[in-house]
Design a protein around this ligand. Structure first.
Ligand code: SF4
Ligand code: SF4
Length: 69
């Protein structure tokens, strides 16, 4: 099952909490960056970032499988 996080950029303050709480290194917050970026690993849909973001600036959704041909 694949998951994807998405930033709501106009709500994000770049605080980096999401990157700190992500247990799977799916989000990184480079020191020089204004916003979080994709990390070295993939999202497992744990929702920790969604729960901990103080600004409701991150969404996580499950990717739907492409229809088989
Ligand atoms: S916790 Fe929320 S506000 Fe902070 S960097 Fe992550 S998405 Fe942006
Ligand atoms: S849902 Fe979990 S694994 Fe995915 S980006 Fe958020 S904290 Fe990381």
């Amino acid at each position: 099952m694949a998951w994807e996080w998405r930033l709501i950029q106009n709500e994000c303050t770049g605080c980096g909490i999401c990157a700190d709480v992500c247990p799977h290194e799916a989000i990184s917050m480079p020191r020089e960056a204004a916003y979080p970026e994709p990390g070295p690993s993939f999202c497992i849909g744990c929702m920790a970032c969604v729960k901990q973001c103080p600004f409701d600036a991150i969404e996580v959704k499950q990717l739907t499988a492409l229809p088989a041909e």
